[in-house]
Design a binder for this molecule. Structure first.
Ligand code: ATP
Length: 234
């Protein structure tokens, strides 16, 4: 479905990704893990068209997308949830959700999807008129996920969806990711909660210094000595 081959990218003169190869098949949950500064967010930004690769190719459903801008990538069905959540804090929950319906297809199904989101996230239903900026961290994260789903993604890209959340909310986020996946949406996620992520992921990639150093099933990575030592705090 999505394939990165030999992708180099970075910021101005600084190259961060030095030839990244990874793929996501339809229906999978794929995790990208790695230490701080490894280049995970840079990889997500490059897929999303915020950064352009200086070398290499990105294909989606068999077509090159690495020269497309962020809006065109969303049109193709790839929706990202950025690490900083990026909500309109002065707008209500409902207004934020409606803004997630960006593409023509998503706008056509806007009302139907809005109802679906309020069912999937009862907390948002309870708080639908509240300003997003006054919601708790966990509620804001749910809103961000719901807004992304309003965009009718085929592939949902999540950058640290559980960041800054209390442990019980972290579990809630993972439960929601599994529910999203059960609805037929393919997921690529970056996460610091390596244990929980690899438990839900079909496959995972380990990134170090802008390169993929390990690619395995989630279960195999959970048992990999290097992964256990570096990321599972044992
Ligand atoms: P983290 O887990 O800490 O979010 P990451 O793996 O997502 O890390 P990136 O955010 O992709 O890592 O950062 C990779 C490198 O790129 C870092 O050295 C970082 O300082 C650098 N970098 C990130 N954003 C920018 C930017 N806007 N301008 C210049 N350098 C940047």
């Amino acid at each position: 479905m999505l394939e990165l081959e030999g992708v180099h990218a970075g910021y101005d003169e600084i190259e961060v990704l030095h030839g990244v190869d990874l793929h996501v098949d339809e229906g999978e949950i794929v995790a990208l893990i790695g230490s701080n500064g490894a280049g995970k967010t840079t990889t997500m930004r490059t897929i999303g068209g915020i950064l352009s690769p200086t070398k290499g190719t990105i294909t989606y459903k068999g077509e090159p997308i690495h020269r497309l801008g962020p809006h065109e990538i969303v049109e193709r069905g790839i929706v990202q949830v950025p690490e900083d959540r990026d909500l309109f804090t002065n707008m209500s929950v409902i207004e934020n959700l409606l803004l997630g319906a960006q593409t023509e297809e998503a706008r056509e199904k806007r009302d139907e999807n809005l109802q679906r989101m309020l069912e999937l996230f009862p907390r948002l239903e309870e708080r639908k008129s509240q300003r997003a900026g006054t919601m708790s961290g966990g509620e804001q994260q749910m809103l961000t996920l719901a807004r992304a789903l309003m965009g009718e993604p085929d592939l949902l890209i999540l950058d640290e969806p559980s960041i800054g959340l209390a442990p019980h909310l972290v579990q809630e986020v993972f439960d929601v990711v599994e529910q999203i996946h059960e609805q037929g949406i393919t997921v690529l996620m970056v996460e610091q909660n390596v244990q929980q992520t690899l438990q839900v992921a079909d496959r995972g990639y380990v990134m170090e210094n802008g390169r993929i150093t390990l690619a395995e099933t989630g279960d195999a990575l959970l048992e990999d000595e290097g992964v256990v030592e570096a990321y599972l705090g044992v």
